[in-house]
Design a protein around this ligand. Sequence first.
Ligand code: NPQ
Ligand code: MG
Length: 371
Amino acid sequence: MAFTVDRVDLRVLRLPLVRFFETSFGRSHDRQFVLVTLHGEGLTAWGECVADAHPFYSAETTATAWLVLRDYLAPAVLGRRFEHPREVWAAVRRVRGHRMAKAALEMAAWEMHAKALGEPLWRVLGGTRPAIASGVSVGIQDSLPQLLDVIAGELAEGYRRIKIKIKPGWDVGAVEAVRQRFGDIPLMVDANAAYSLADGDHLAALDRFGLMMIEQPLDYEDVRDHAALARRVATPICLDESVDSVGRAEEAIALGACRIVNIKPGRVGGFAESVRLHDLCAAHAIPVWHGGMLESGIGRAQNVHLASLPNFSLPGDIAASRRYYRPDLVEPPIEVGPDGTIPVPRTPGTGVEVIEERVERATEERLTLAP
Ligand code: NPQ
Ligand code: MG
């Protein structure tokens, strides 16, 4: 449905995490992010930028996203009429890179489109599943007993798959301990680019544990080395950081660098690019799953809709709100049923309401842009 963007609000928010989250690139105790609000057609739509305060997962940060949204992206949509949210990607194409900043704006535009039509977001994206399978990403802990405790809790909550973060010194021993204690659970690891090809033999030592996949073992921009590693390890390789576009995914698939792809709409530039990536992978019989970026309920609720597309055939990193933020910024919070699934809302838009008073309380900076 056509819509005109009358106003864009930008905010920087900071939310304390319920519990710290540690990856190979560091430990976070809170989450800072840019929140985009689009106003138009008498509607309000939201876009959460997944860039972090620090350039450790990706080159983009809250500061770069703020600047690019303020000076280039918001001006490219303000006062403009769009026949469809797919046109937003073309409107911001002149800006190179900055896919997380672009995604925040573009995803808000899809939400506005869905709301203007009175349709749930999944329907305009092409979703088909009534519920999505939920997995959980377990950070690096201070000790192995602590890791096992945390995982025991997550399994009791019903999560359908456990992912543990690994790094040199916290890998084979951690996986071995988890397998010993919990047996044949659906288990995978994510290295966030902490290894090099020289670690090939070490990574091959993970083969005996029957992991679903090893996510992003090698450098974030290195597709070729992943292809070389794939020839040395039996465990399927999944790419996250390295796939920042459909083009990069085509390259990775052609080289045999991955058998599975993690899709995060923020990483690739929004929903339109995510759907294209989803379709490309489906055409190559590459299963995909939905990644997570410690989103608040605003981004998390949108992710649930995207993850309902048919080729999202593996449980995603979309867990319950209360694992991360109490209270979350939305009502109702995202909850996982005892069967480890999250229902995909059937009401118009995202199916959640943003609690503006909670957004206000978490706001560190704000700016309103009008044509
Ligand atoms: C991943 N997420 O799949 C990411 C990495 C990640 C849930 O494992 C602040 C900003 C903290 C971005 C922690 C999960 C982050 C972050 C982890 C991204 O690789
Ligand atoms: Mg990852």
